[in-house]
Design a protein around this ligand. Structure first.
Ligand code: NAD
Ligand code: UDP
Length: 338
């Protein structure tokens, strides 16, 4: 594939790993990121790891002139669209910022792509679009019922992209619904660097292990699951980004719309995660069971069959590997990118 991939949100957690995977697969990248939740240090480290630092354009996906300049100045053949806000709880507090960033931002990006004749897009969606599923595992044809403004922004952008693809058969779109991305590059040089109090389980556990927080709060142990704690499908970020590279190559090879779950197909409880992290880190993870978190569901894991069939992709890294790599990143970089 000749030309570059525009990676929006490429300085962030998943985007930085995706840049590395793209460059290593031979696809040059240009990053557009406003750095509202990331540091340019992540891209410098990507450069150290693969010998080619991604070009960073500091700008916003809602800035049409900035997008037009990027498409005019670079030979962009495809876009991987990670940029957006992602905290479920915050989206309830400030919904307009979520709709503006995630929905208006995606519309502006698409209009600029259309003007520049760029037809290939891989979009970061989320398993949160399924809401509380009637059964597990979850396959792509399950009804969509997101329970938060954040989830609704993802569902809306999926709908917009479906209509955009449908309007012109030359357009190619992959909607990738991630389950719970965790872990870090095995070098320990890039990883997840949440600002303030982490919302998600794995970074919280990692911060307890490194001594930054004194204990984990387990949100409920009275769910109808084997040990009573919430069950999720944690997927190693390296598996996730390898799925993106394959999805990109797939849409470039053949037109159309793909909707694909990226998960392992395995459910892991909060207490399973605590035990696995203790084993990987050699540290104790003190925890306290507190009440359920509003809006949480009991259990959620993927049917990953479509990804296997369409992309010949399967998550291969174990829970142990996720914890080892997360711990390496956390212990080597206790203050994140600083
Ligand atoms: P992240 O916050 O680390 O990365 C997002 C990046 O986008 C950041 O670098 C941020 O600075 C940038 N950004 C935000 N708004 C922007 C804007 N308007 N213009 C330009 N840049 C902007 O988050 P992440 O975990 O890497 O997530 C990447 C994508 O994957 C997001 O769209 C998120 O919703 C989606 N996703 C993440 C998870 C997860 O658990 N991490 C799960 C499902 C889906
Ligand atoms: N969780 C927890 N304590 C925390 C963060 C999360 O007990 O500090 C639980 C949460 O209730 C859920 C699981 O861990 O059962 C995964 O939560 P996360 O926020 O990481 O992912 P999501 O709920 O968005 O799938």
């Amino acid at each position: 594939m000749a030309g570059s991939v525009l990676v929006t949100g490429g300085a962030g957690y998943i985007g930085s790993h995706a840049c590395l995977a793209l460059i290593e697969a031979g696809h040059p990248v240009v990053v557009l990121d406003n750095l509202c939740n990331s540091s340019p240090e992540s891209l410098q480290r990507v450069g150290q790891l693969c010998g080619e630092e991604p070009l960073l354009v500091r700008g916003d996906i809602r800035d049409r002139a900035c997008l037009d300049r990027i498409f005019a100045e670079h030979d962009i053949v495809a876009v991987m669209h990670f940029a957006g806000l992602k905290a479920v709880g915050e989206s309830v507090e400030i919904p307009l910022e979520y709709y503006d960033n995630n929905v208006t931002g995606s519309l502006t990006l698409l209009a600029a792509m259309q003007a520049a004749g760029v037809n290939n897009l891989v979009f970061s969606s989320s398993a949160t679009v399924y809401g509380d599923p009637a059964t597990v595992p979850i396959s792509e044809d399950f009804p969509l019922a997101p329970a938060s403004p954040y989830g609704r922004t993802k569902m809306m952008v999926e709908q917009i992209l479906t209509d955009w693809q449908c309007a012109d058969g030359a357009r190619n779109v992959a909607l990738l619904r991630y389950f719970n991305p965790v872990g870090a590059h095995p070098s320990g040089r890039i990883g997840e660097d949440p600002r303030g109090m982490p919302n998600n389980l794995m970074p919280f556990v990692a911060q307890v292990a490194v001594g930054k927080r004194d204990r984990l709060f387990v949100f409920g142990d009275d769910y109808p699951t084997a040990d009573g704690t919430g069950v999720r499908d944690y997927i190693h970020v390296m598996d996730l980004v390898e799925g993106h590279v394959l999805a990109l190559q797939d849409i470039i090879a053949g037109p159309g719309l793909r909707v694909i779950n990226l998960g392992t197909g395995r459910g892991v409880s909060v207490l399973d995660m605590v035990r696995a992290f203790e084993a990987a880190s050699g540290r104790q993870i003190p925890y306290e069971v507190v009440q359920r978190r509003a809006g949480d569901i009991a259990a959620c894991w993927a049917d990953p069959g479509r990804a296997a069939q369409l992309l010949a992709w399967r998550a291969s890294r174990s829970l142990e590997q996720m914890c080892i790599d997360s711990w390496r990143w956390q212990s080597d970089n206790p203050r994140g990118y600083g």
